[in-house]
Design a protein around this ligand. Structure first.
Ligand SMILES: Cc1cc2nc3c(=O)[nH]c(=O)nc-3n(C[C@H](O)[C@H](O)[C@H](O)COP(=O)(O)OP(=O)(O)OC[C@H]3O[C@@H](n4cnc5c(N)ncnc54)[C@H](O)[C@@H]3O)c2cc1C
Length: 437
């Protein structure tokens, strides 16, 4: 029987160490490579601009172009569509007599649901979701997903000595596509290009970035520098490629181990692994909790005493709050699409504790803005900081003034991003919507 496969690319936009793609390539005679743009990349109607920031769109576009180029070297190409996964795949199944569909196991709840809808609708077709984009396979974990430890520390202790598998061997060949190439570039959402972007999407630039990071021996001091606020060197900056799939976490660990052999292994190099374990934890957490990742009461079941204040939220988004360090962070995020880990913790703490806003508005805003947006890491961290997630302490409120004095002692960061804003009033209307003052 002639076997025609469809590979649904998602957060795995690469050839290197793509075990799901390798698996698909070995199963079929022809293979169609598909990517469905996230629904939020489209405006509400055709005249509306995209809901995603220009930084996110630019990184995504570069990642897709790079993948398309790589596929061409295998006499393949990428189909890119605006349709949802369900409707695009349904059409392609009929059009090309697809017999098998493949993807990397989805992390996000909505992607999981789409996959299940398809698998139930087309029972005569083989659906294969392959665990990919994680350090450990599910089988390697010493517990069932339903028994995922309730805190990161317990998770880390249970998994940190497990050997991370080596990256897969280079893909030798790909079966040809049953479809002819289409021009998708013209339909990509328009955005204002940033010529000085911090990051360039695609697995090639990801690999170049990882090499540069280790060549400069920055890994040896990561633990001391990781709380930096500005610049490329204080942390790895692997996240944009990890989130879009241009870099696999196993490749990142492989390069880290090579560095440890070549240069040194110390507390800092361990700490990079430690942070990647956080990513691992939140990915399994998202898979375990599904839709609860987005619920107000989180996994704790306790609803925070917060609400929605449009004016406060707008000030937070634009960086015009009474808190200079928060303004600097939000302006940095809006200008670059990136924010340090410490900055993310501050802005989340400020939104929840100082502005008393429902944490999900903050998470949704970061989802729009971040070039490294990752459903599990973003919503999992927000739950943690809002006190409804995996934090055994249940409460993280940062003293913003004290933090600014510690981490921005000379005020250079706040000054650079113009955090000092003259209007220190938070609310211009009272609870009954009457103007104040
Ligand atoms: C409110 C909030 C939202 C966040 N949203 C995202 C997001 O959408 N995407 C994302 O990748 N990270 C997110 N993080 C986690 C973290 O801030 C970023 O991973 C990190 O800042 C990325 O920069 P880096 O690659 O230089 O990290 P490094 O400090 O160099 O860490 C190396 C890698 O470890 C992982 N990592 C580090 N810290 C965390 C963490 N706290 N949780 C999960 N993984 C971690 C990332 O994959 C990162 O690339 C969020 C954190 C907070 C507090």
């Amino acid at each position: 029987m002639h076997r025609v496969g469809l590979f649904w690319f998602n957060h795995d936009l690469r050839i290197d160490d793509n075990i799901a793609l390798n698996f698909a390539a070995a199963q079929v005679d022809q293979l169609l490579c598909l990517y469905c743009l996230p629904p939020s990349s489209k405006g509400i109607d055709s005249t509306e601009p995209s809901a995603l920031s220009r930084h996110r769109l630019q990184f995504l576009l570069e990642s897709l172009q790079d993948l398309d180029r790589s596929l061409k070297s295998y006499q393949q190409h990428l189909l890119v569509t605006y349709d949802s996964g369900v409707s695009a795949i349904a059409q392609l199944i009929t059009q090309h007599n697809i017999t098998q569909v493949f993807c990397s196991t989805p992390t996000g709840y909505y992607e999981q649901q789409q996959w299940q809808v398809l698998a139930q609708r087309y029972r005569m077709i083989g659906f294969h979701a392959i665990d990919n984009n994680r350090l450990f396979s599910l089988e390697q974990l010493p517990f069932e997903l339903s028994d995922l430890p309730s805190s990161f520390s317990k998770f880390r202790r249970a998994v940190e000595s497990i050997t991370v598998p080596s990256p897969a061997l280079r893909l030798a060949s790909l079966p040809p596509s049953p479809a002819s190439p289409q021009t998708w570039l013209a339909h990509f959402p328009s955005f204002e290009k940033n010529k000085t972007a911090l990051f360039k999407g695609g697995e090639q630039s990801g690999a170049a970035h990882v090499s540069r990071y280790f060549e400069q021996e920055l890994a040896s001091t990561y633990k001391q520098t990781r709380n930096g606020l500005d610049g490329m060197d204080y942390s790895t900056k692997f996240s944009p490629w990890l989130a879009n799939g241009g870099l696999s976490p196993r490749r990142a660990i492989h390069e880290l181990r090579r560095y440890e052999q070549r240069v040194e292994s110390n507390d800092s190099t361990y700490w990079i692994y430690f942070e990647l374990l956080w990513r691992e934890y939140f990915h399994r957490y998202a898979q375990k909790y599904g839709g609860r990742l987005f619920s107000f009461a989180g996994i704790s079941g306790q609803r925070p005493i917060t609400s929605f204040y449009p004016q406060r939220f707008k000030k937070w988004c634009c960086g015009t709050t009474p808190y200079p360090i928060i303004n600097a962070c939000m302006r940095q995020l809006n200008s670059t699409g990136y924010l340090s880990n410490r900055g993310r913790q501050w802005v989340a703490s400020c939104l929840v504790h100082e502005l008393a806003i429902d944490w999900r508005y903050g998470a949704a805003y970061l989802e729009q803005q971040l070039v490294d947006y990752d459903v599990a890491c973003n919503w999992g961290n927000w739950q943690y900081l809002a006190g409804v997630g995996a934090d055994p302490r249940g409460h993280r409120r940062f003293n913003l003034e004290k933090q600014a004095k510690t981490y921005d002692l000379d005020g250079a960061f706040t000054a650079r991003w113009q955090g000092d804003f003259s209007d220190a009033t938070l609310d211009h209307v009272d609870a009954a919507d009457w103007p104040i003052g």
